[in-house]
Design a protein around this ligand. Structure first.
Ligand code: ATP
Ligand code: MG
Ligand code: MG
Length: 422
């Protein structure tokens, strides 16, 4: 997968751009692998996203870099919303076999929101935690939309990351150092395929890193650190009660300026707004739609709109039916603007293959299918229903959403420790 697909094969201990020493792999995606590195210039750990060296991926990556830079130039550090967006610390390129690999340097973050939700058990997380996360996401969007005039276009649980503290980050590095010095092979998740072996050369290369992570050992309480790596435990506690969770919005690979005439289909399917399905253009309100889907998912452990292909209708038509069931009919004006409307609707405004759809409404779904109490379902559905207005022009802005009573009095602690002891 490494050499063929365009990923850069890296070995632990290598120094990139005369500055970043590779410590371990953190994750990977369609376009890139992400590595934890030791920044020898600042003495900090960073996450290095190394994009494939194929022409098309490089072009997208350069767009992501430009977008992140332009976001960074707006506002001030005091903007809460700005501090909730991942910040690009640096970028550079490395030569590869097919071209250059674009590299982006970020702070090290934790897992994304998918890891918090128990999808198998259809159990959401504690409502206080949902509120705190959604408030932060809306603050990020309020900054992005109103100060940067940018639409994220890919809001989903995968792209919202949990922040972690420096002890957690150091533990990630210590894990590597301990394995290397005890002669244990490295874990597959830490390295490129086939490079788990530990030898004296590696020890030599990691000498400095060893000093750094062992020197920074605070108090020697191994138990505490070890446990803090258990995400399963975090997931349980986030389901049970309020925790101070800090998150950041990431993955700006698909973000576009407001008003950009974009003909491609944006958003990941379950979070896709009706105007996008119909090809009727989109703006910031498409992100607001996705936030409502995200909030529902976090609170219930089920995906709000999960279209499937059936014998009678295509996925997008089924998707529209799901939407109409929860949000009511698609207004005439929106149908009129949609380039794809004719594929799904008759001229009378009913779906071509699925006919009329009966509205159920969100409150009823929350009570009957998700086990919500009536009062709490009423308040939550009131918040969601406005964001899920089928007419994009009638959806509230991020700033307006933040004023909704459902979020009132919602505070979160800025200490970046999702993994501290209860
Ligand atoms: P895709 O667009 O397919 O989601 P991508 O190639 O654009 O993937 P990202 O989604 O940015 O890559 O990152 C891939 C994975 O790497 C993430 O899911 C996450 O596990 C990890 N990761 C990314 N950024 C960081 C970070 N700053 N700190 C820690 N881990 C990270
Ligand atoms: Mg991603
Ligand atoms: Mg991406």
């Amino acid at each position: 997968e490494y050499n063929e697909g365009g990923y850069l094969a890296l070995e632990i201990g290598r120094i990139l751009d005369n500055r970043y020493q590779v410590v371990r792999k953190l994750g990977w995606g369609v376009f890139s692998t992400v590595w934890m590195c030791w920044d020898m210039e600042t003495g900090e750990f960073v996450a290095l996203k190394i994009v494939k060296d194929l022409e098309c991926d490089r072009v997208i990556a350069l767009g992501e870099v430009a977008m992140l830079r332009s976001i960074q130039e707006r506002g001030t550090e005091e903007d809460v919303g700005k501090s909730t967006i991942v910040s690009l610390r640096n970028s550079f390129s490395l030569p590869g076999e097919n071209g250059v690999h674009v590299c982006m340097v970020f702070d090290v973050l934790g897992k994304n929101l998918l890891s918090l939700v128990d999808y198998e058990g259809n159990k959401g997380i504690h409502l206080k935690n949902v509120k705190s996360i959604i408030k932060q996401v809306l603050e990020a969007l309020s900054f992005l939309h109103e100060k940067c005039h940018v639409v994220h276009t890919d809001l989903k649980p995968e792209n919202v990351f949990l922040c972690v503290d420096s002890d957690y980050v150091r533990k990630l590095a210590l894990d590597v150092v301990e394995r290397v010095w005890s002669g244990q092979p490295l874990a597959t998740s830490m390295v490129c395929a086939g490079s788990r072996r530990v030898d004296s050369g590696l020890r030599c290369r990691l000498r400095l890193l060893k000093k750094v992570v062992e020197g920074g050992w605070s108090g020697g309480d191994r138990g505490g650190w070890g446990r803090s790596l258990e995400w399963a435990r975090l997931r349980d506690s986030v389901a049970r009660g309020p925790r101070s969770l800090r998150v950041k919005l990431g993955d700006f690979g698909n973000a576009v300026p407001v008003g950009y005439d974009y003909k491609c289909t944006i958003q990941t399917e379950p979070y896709r707004a009706p105007e996008v399905i119909l090809g009727a253009g989109f703006g910031c309100s498409a992100d607001i739609w996705s936030v409502a889907c995200l909030a529902f998912e976090l609170a219930t452990g089920t995906v709000l709109f999960e279209p499937t292909k059936s014998q009678s209708a295509t996925r997008p038509e089924n998707h529209l039916a799901c939407i109409m069931q929860v949000c009511g009919p698609v207004p005439y004006g929106l149908r009129l603007r949609g380039r794809h409307t004719f594929r799904y609707f008759t001229k009378f405004g009913t779906l071509k293959h699925l006919g009329k759809v009966k509205k159920i409404g969100l409150k009823q779904i929350l009570v009957n299918e998700c086990g919500f109490r009536k009062k709490s379902a009423g308040e939550f559905s009131d918040f969601l229903q406005a964001m899920l207005n089928v007419d994009p022009a009638k959806r509230p802005t991020a700033t307006q959403c933040l004023r909704h009573p459902w979020l009132a009095g919602q505070r979160y602690n800025y200490r970046a420790t999702p993994l501290d002891e209860e």
